[in-house]
Structures are given as structure tokens and as C-alpha cells.
Design a protein around this ligand. Sequence first.
Ligand code: IPE
Ligand code: MG
Length: 232
Amino acid sequence: MDGNGRWAEARGEPRTSGHRAGVDAVRSCVRACAERGIEALTVFAFSSENWRRPEVEVAALMSLFVEALDRELEELQQNRVRLSFIGNRHTLSVRLQQRIADAEAQTAHNDGLKFQVAVGYGGRWDIVEAARRLAARCASGALRADEIDEASFADALQLAGLPDPDLFIRTGGEHRISNFLLWNVAYAELHFTDCLWPDFGANELDAAIADFARRERRYGLTGAQARGEGGR
Ligand code: IPE
Ligand code: MG
């Protein structure tokens, strides 16, 4: 979700007002995904690298997370959204950690959209954490090193149990993954748009889905094989 700062600056407003507008865009996007029957949505709200931003901006973002959780929980419940957080939550304030734990517990049994918010998240951190967890299980004798395969590795990652994302959307004009779900996006279709995040809504989501629908996904096969036209 990139472009909040530029959106605000273009209006002569402080960057934090861009982040506020960004929360509104998240709300529209979650609604639109729920309406379209999308199974899972994961948004990158705050990276492990974002901690290096000016202290006032970090503080504003952290209070915005708490505020947004308090305000949005009711609608998420009504829409049967299952909310969870991924990332290194020990780096977050105790207050935010508690709000997160409450929100997760309250929505845990919802059967609608699986909505993941990445806060204090980094794709490399996620992979290293998974390796560490598997290594600990090996050390304790619960797992043999030769039992580790792609499936068990994926199960040790933050998005364990969720399907790999089909579509990766980056707003704000940069053509980078910037350490988001590095493992999981192996076969995702990448969609880049100049749209700044606060301007992202149902129309932009539909444009991204239409772009996705035009792609041919081959997973290493030939075009003919992927289309089921045989070929050996
Ligand atoms: C993305 O918007 C939101 C966060 C990283 C929290 P930016 O804050 O990166 O906005 P720009 O890139 O400066 O416009
Ligand atoms: Mg940015």
C-alpha cells in the first residue's frame, strides 16, 4: 500500500493525513474483496524497515493502527471477516499487541474473507523465522532434517495454511516487491499501478483483477501444456 505520503503532500497536507486516507482505502478494499468472494487478502501496512522512518511518523502510524482496530472491528464482524496479523509483533507496543490479540480472537471463527495485516513484517524475516522454528524442532528431535520439504517449510511461514497469493498489487508507481511475501509470491502475477494507495478502491481492484485474468499462468510448463492441450 504505497503512496500515502505523496497523496498528502500533493494536497499540502502532512503525511499522516495520507495514512488516515489510507485506512479508508483499506476499508473499501476489504469490502470489495468480501463482496467479490475473494478468499484471502493480505496488506503490507508497515515493514520491518519502516521503523527507521521519523519517530513522529512511526508514532502516528502506531496510534492509527490501534484507532483503526477499535473502529473497524464491528464492520469486520458483520462481514464475517477473519482478521489476523503477520509480522514480528514483539516489536509492537503492548497496547497494540493486546488489540491485535483481541481482534484475532473475536474474528477467529468468521468464515468470510481471510484478511491479514502485515505489521513489522519483512519477507526475509519471515523465512529466517521459519528456518529457526524448524531448526528448533530438529534440535528437540521432533523433526528430522530430511523431512523438511517445501510444504513443511511453507507451514512454518506466517501465512501457513493460506493458499499462495494469485495476484500481487503494488500501488504508488514503484516496480518492486520491497521484501513483502518473498516465499509466497513465487508464482503470483504482479500488478503495478501508479495509483496512490489512498485513491485505490473497487474500480482499481477490478482493473487489477481484469489484468490478472488476461495472464497465462504456466508454472514452468509450455503454453500448450498449461492450456491443457497436451504436449509431452
Ligand atoms: C505507504 O505510503 C504507507 C506506509 C509505508 C506505512 P508511504 O508513506 O510510503 O507513501 P509515499 O511513498 O511516501 O508516498
Ligand atoms: Mg512509499
